[in-house]
Design a protein around this ligand. Structure first.
Ligand code: AMP
Length: 280
């Protein structure tokens, strides 16, 4: 595995691979890698000749009062993991290389970026789509791999790729969870032992809804109410939103239909966690 920090150097290496008709799989991350990231990397490894993983804590997607400074960083451990997973290139650019002074171009997916997490994190998805566009332009992958854990992000990126005719296939892989159901997240590192116990309530609320839906309960208002009640029992929990929406336009649905996204964002103490399931 090679660790590359320079954009031009990476482009050169990848042009050579492409000229040899090698397929390129790409996994963009912010590092502090866990089993969720590893599943994406393994899938990329299985399906491509050449695998690039990027680690870049993207300042553009953090709000001014958010956790950019304290976001977990562990590049040594991440290198070790990528090496073990037989990654070809770990792309680890410096901030100034990605956003030189006077950077002024942004990519924004209207109508999706303001919803759900976008309401509580203005500018977040603009930061995500801008950095992902830059990374796609640098890596020019055949397939890019994302996690269902960030459902809204995956939906927005798919729309961006479609709208802007980007020549990349997007694959979205299932959420990897702890044995009690908590979705793996780099931010779980922030949780105290007590908070970690309470954090399972996100997955529990989604399971409760799933059970009720299986029993034939399809009224969104009542399902949301029951999920909120369950979450409110945890003293460390504060709800940003619990939503039942269409998987394409993220518009609220009055009733569960064939493909429905149940998504929530909950603060556990000072840590904001998200989770979701898709009902088929
Ligand atoms: P991040 O480093 O948090 O930006 O995540 C990088 C990629 O890993 C994104 O596509 C995430 O959706 C994905 N990811 C993060 N956590 C999980 C998880 N628990 N299961 C599956 N994919 C995940």
């Amino acid at each position: 595995m090679r660790i590359i920090k320079e954009i031009q150097q990476l482009k050169k290496i990848l042009a050579k691979q492409r000229s040899q008709k090698k397929s390129i799989g790409f996994v963009p991350t912010m590092g502090a890698l866990h089993e969720g990231h590893i599943q994406l990397i393994r899938r990329a490894r299985r399906e491509n000749d050449f695998v690039v993983v990027s680690i870049f804590v993207n300042p553009l997607q953090f709000g001014p009062r958010e956790d950019f400074q304290r976001y977990p960083r562990n590049i040594l451990r991440d290198c070790f993991i990528c090496c073990n997973e037989d990654v070809d290139i770990l792309f680890y650019p410096a901030y100034q290389k990605m956003y030189p002074a006077h950077f002024r171009t942004y990519v924004y997916v209207e109508g999706l970026s303001e919803k759900l997490c976008g309401r509580f994190r203005p500018g977040h998805f603009r930061g995500v789509t801008t950095v992902v566009t830059k990374l796609f332009n640098i890596v020019n992958p055949d397939i890019a791999y994302f996690g269902q854990k960030d459902a809204q992000q995956a939906i927005i990126i798919k729309k961006m790729v479609e709208d802007l005719n980007m020549p990349v296939k997007i694959k979205v892989l299932p959420t990897v969870r702890e044995s009690d159901g908590l979705a793996l997240s780099s931010r779980n590192n922030y949780l105290s032992a007590g908070e970690r116990k309470d954090a399972v309530v996100l997955a529990q609320a989604l399971s409760l809804a799933k059970r009720l839906i299986k029993k034939g309960k399809t009224d969104s208002r009542s399902l949301i109410h029951k999920m909120r009640q369950l979450i409110k029992k945890k003293k460390n929990a504060k709800i940003d939103y619990v939503a039942i929406v269409d998987t394409h336009n993220l518009e609220p649905l009055k009733k569960i239909k064939r493909k429905t996204l149940l998504a929530l964002a909950v603060w556990i103490g000072k840590t904001r966690l998200i989770d979701n399931i898709i009902i088929n």
